[in-house]
Design a binder for this molecule. Structure first.
Ligand code: GLV
Ligand code: MG
Length: 359
């Protein structure tokens, strides 16, 4: 049995010490690109600074015959793009490796860590089923980091896209001090659960509730209300992540043209506690940046409550509403997030700086 103290010892001689806390780095949009696609790869240098995270995807959506080109492209981008990744750049550099049972994943890890491990912030691991999957990645990363002489650990992010992963979610989140967060993978999860959908994320018109019949007339027209297919899954993910001090993300929204529904799905996730979402097209970066940044009105209200509550205890009336210890804590979450985002987003900082609150 490993003791809690062992948890924070490196898993290989010479590997960097594990972090005791996962830094709260803004990651509203995780923008996916195919590093083996020369057109997409050429755009990467200009995207640094325009999105919180750039993720070179090696897994699904990259054809089997292009897996090696994608891996080589990722290395080239990591080596040649200035200001991308590492602790100080404006844009984090992540990758999604192939699944642990695929023929590519070992070469993914043994190629990218020595070549660009110093630039990579987070490795996203797909189709995670159980803590043993994270233990495997944890150990091999420690060995590769030691060999490469890295001085900070690469963090790990798991995609929640199997029923078994869902059932083991708390243990997965706590499987390693490297665990940075979880993303919902609605497409693979739907398939694995045998849901009867054929979409990549978002709702379904058939998943609804219907108003009761007026005066018992079951043949009368009755309004229906579409429900959120992902409510349970996202809520469960948020709790598991919060419990372990790591970060939850909504994953992909496949209907690129439907920017309105994408914004709705992202906002539901934001309100439930997620910190970001994936972007599959540059237009989704703007949506995620907007949705996952607290509005000026919310930040203004939060600052007013904090100012009115003084030492944060007791209760006050503000605009006819009762505020107390619990509402001030919610307001502190909002203001902390706004401060973190303002530190990396000058446009947002300008907007938040216009807020004036009397102490
Ligand atoms: C993402 O990988 C998904 O399966 O939705
Ligand atoms: Mg998937």
């Amino acid at each position: 049995m490993r003791t809690p103290k062992d948890f924070f010892r490196p898993l290989a001689v010479g590997a960097p010490a594990p972090l005791t806390e996962i830094p709260a780095r803004p990651s509203r949009a995780i923008h996916f690109f195919d590093p083996g696609n020369p057109k997409m790869a050429a755009k990467v240098p200009d995207m640094v600074g325009s999105t919180d995270v750039l993720l070179g995807n090696l897994e699904d959506a990259v054809k089997a015959e292009n897996k090696e080109a994608a891996r080589a492209g990722l290395v080239k981008i990591g080596q040649e793009t200035t200001n991308l990744g590492g602790q100080s750049g404006p844009t984090q550099f992540w990758t999604r490796i192939n699944a642990l049972d695929s023929p590519w994943v070992l070469d993914d890890l043994t190629t990218i860590v020595p070549a660009i491990g110093d630039k990579l912030d987070v490795i996203m691991v797909p189709k995670v089923q159980e803590p043993a999957d994270i233990h495997y990645v944890d150990r091999i990363l420690a060995q590769l980091e030691a060999k490469a002489g890295l001085d900070r650990p690469i963090l790990v992010h798991a995609i929640l896209e199997t029923a078994r992963g869902m059932v083991n979610i708390e243990e997965i989140c706590g499987a390693s001090p490297r665990m940075q967060g979880l993303s919902l993978g609605p497409a693979d999860l739907a398939a694995d659960r045998r849901m009867k959908t054929t979409r990549v994320g978002g709702g379904h018109p058939g998943y609804l509730v219907r108003q009761d019949p007026p005066d018992g007339d079951v043949r009368a027209d009755r309004p229906t209300y579409q429900q959120d297919l992902w409510h349970y899954t996202i809520s469960r993910m948020v709790d598991a992540c919060a419990m372990h001090g790591i970060y939850p993300y909504y994953g992909p929204f496949g209907d690129i043209a439907d920017v309105v529904a994408c914004e709705d799905q992202f906002r539901n996730a934001y309100l439930l506690g997620c910190v970001g979402a994936w972007s599959l097209h540059p237009r989704q970066i703007a949506i995620a940046n907007k949705v996952f940044s607290p509005s000026v009105e919310d930040v203004e209200h939060a600052r007013r409550v904090i100012a009115a509550m003084g030492d944060g205890t007791g209760a006050v009336m503000l605009d006819g509403k009762m505020e107390d210890d619990a509402s001030v804590k919610q307001c502190q979450v909002m203001v902390r997030l706004a401060d973190e985002l303002a530190a990396i987003d000058p446009e947002l900082k300008k907007q938040y700086d216009t807020i004036q609150v009397d102490a």
